[in-house]
Design a protein around this ligand. Structure first.
Ligand code: GDP
Length: 485
């Protein structure tokens, strides 16, 4: 019955949305990606560019002058926090610091006034919904029992490099008997050690992606609640839990997590999206090695799988998300020379293709782009002996250090970014060809992980000064260009 009730609520909401969309054309654009993928920066740059006439040559409606204005309007959903655009834009542009990252869902409404191709004036409402990708990776849990999830999480944690990071949790796990009496302290300890393990996997050096339950890393307003206090157990296959046991307790909380966290997120947010951009810090995964890339692929397959959640049920047509375009974007492309942008895109495309072949995606157009929502670097040829090498120039953030030098936040340095491999197939052939970014022999300093300060606004020609970017306009064209015809 709860499924039928859920279906009815969903279809009522879908009808309301449909009615509103009929009179007032609206796109609900989901912006997601794992923590630090670049969501906050992306949304801030996108809204700034749209509302202040950014340099977007590939975004046809703006480039051709058909967009008359784009203005913020009151955020429509009373229960969702507003995306702090003004604060973020001030941090990014006035203070030239990166804004604070996404930790919860937030939303922003932008109303775009434009002239249609046939000359008529029209408006399009763009609702941008920012949410942690960690939450998206929870959706596949809806189809999994506690026992399945436990077995999968354990199997994954026994593979390298995860196994190295799981010692403390595994040691504790070995002391737990699933049939023992339920025990709050043991459960708290297990949840804490399991969360520590997940967090260690997320560390920059390992850059693992597939780490559900997402709220363990991004708790939002649920930190410390029982629905977040459980962990996998090493269960006998085919066994049956006894009432009052640790197993039953963990299983009950896992189900509570699905009911209180995952289903409401699916119903209230995910199922209402029309378009989706998934931001991926592909370079971070690339630099961490092949395991991180395979893990990323599994995570993207999990994400793509979300588009078929509910299809096997009676209410499939009602529950099916209506997303018709998904863009996967490799962020922070400004850390590479432009000669490598296409290669970065090719790497992500390959990962997405492999993930798509594992998942069943229905009815959505998928594309891939490598972008920098805010371009913090410039390019230059730097003389090195007799050679001139293509390099990037940027101002490392105050406190960043490389090769014994600590930067003050005002000094520009030239770095020779590593090259990405030309042949992406090699990366996945498993023949050990994978070495991470190959750096030039001339480049003694390892600047690869340096974080640069945001740039100054660029003042070109007579237009308003704008933020430099890489391919942000291509992303916009794919995501909303067709609705501005
Ligand atoms: P979120 O957790 O997905 O919201 O990630 P943020 O948008 O806060 O980005 C995390 C960090 O990545 C920022 O603080 C920046 O250091 C870096 N970053 C994000 N986007 C860009 C970009 O376009 N260029 C550069 N150079 N760095 C970026």
């Amino acid at each position: 019955f709860s499924d039928i009730f859920e279906g009815a609520r969903l279809s009522a909401r879908a009808l309301l949305d449909y009615g509103e969309n009929f009179f007032n054309p609206t796109i609900r654009l989901g912006v997601t990606g794992l923590s630090r993928a670049g969501k906050t920066v992306f949304i801030t740059a996108l809204v700034h560019g749209l509302s202040r006439g950014g340099r977007f040559p590939v975004f046809e409606s703006l480039a051709s002058g058909r967009i008359a204005r784009a203005q913020l309007a009151p955020q429509p959903d009373d229960a969702v926090p507003r995306f702090s655009y003004e604060h973020h834009v001030n941090t990014l542009i006035t203070e030239r610091r990166w804004p604070s990252s996404t930790v919860d869902i937030s939303e922003l409404r932008l109303v775009i006034g434009y002239q249609r191709q046939n000359g008529l004036d029209q408006t399009l409402t763009l609702d941008i919904v920012d949410y942690p990708g960690e939450w998206l990776l929870d959706l596949p849990l809806l189809d999994k029992s506690y026992e399945q999830w436990s077995a999968e999480s354990l199997a994954l944690s026994r593979q390298q490099p995860r196994a190295r990071l799981a010692h403390a949790w595994h040691d504790h796990l070995a002391t737990l008997r699933p049939s023992a009496r339920e025990d709050e302290q043991a459960t708290l300890a297990a949840a804490r050690l399991f969360t520590d393990y997940l967090r260690a996997c997320r560390d920059e050096r390992f850059a693992m992606s597939l780490l559900p339950p997402g709220r363990f890393l991004m708790p939002g307003n649920l930190a410390g609640s029982p629905a977040l206090t459980f962990a996998p157990l090493d269960l006998p296959s085919g066994g049956i839990p006894i009432d009052g046991s640790l197993w039953t307790m963990m299983r009950r909380r896992y189900e509570a997590y699905k009911d209180l966290v995952v289903r409401p997120f699916f119903r209230d947010h995910f199922s209402r999206l029309d378009r989706q951009i998934v931001l991926v810090d592909t370079l971070a995964a690339f630099n961490s090695g092949p395991e991180a890339l395979y893990d990323l692929e599994a995570a993207l397959a999990g994400i793509l799988d979300c588009y078929r959640v509910g299809r096997s049920t009676l209410l499939s047509t009602l529950l099916r998300p209506r997303i018709d375009r998904i863009l996967f974007a490799a962020t922070k492309a400004d850390h590479l020379h432009h000669t490598s942008h296409d290669r970065l895109e090719a790497i992500l495309r390959r990962i997405v293709e492999r993930a798509a072949s594992r998942a069943e995606v229905a009815g959505a157009a998928i594309d891939v782009v490598a972008l920098a929502a805010v371009r913090a670097t410039r390019e230059a040829q730097v003389r090195c002996g007799r050679e001139k090498l293509p390099s990037i120039l940027g101002t490392p953030l105050a406190g960043e250090a490389a090769n014994g030098e600590t930067f003050d936040g005002n000094t520009e340095v030239a770095t020779f970014p590593g090259d990405l491999p030309e042949d992406v197939k090699e990366l996945f052939s498993g023949n050990g060809a994978f070495r991470g970014l190959s750096t030039s022999a001339m480049d003694q300093a390892d600047f690869r992980f340096l974080r640069f300060r945001p740039p100054r606004l660029q003042n070109e020609g007579t237009g308003e000064p704008s933020l430099p970017h890489i391919r942000l306009d291509r992303a916009l064209q794919f995501l909303i260009g067709d609705r501005l015809q």
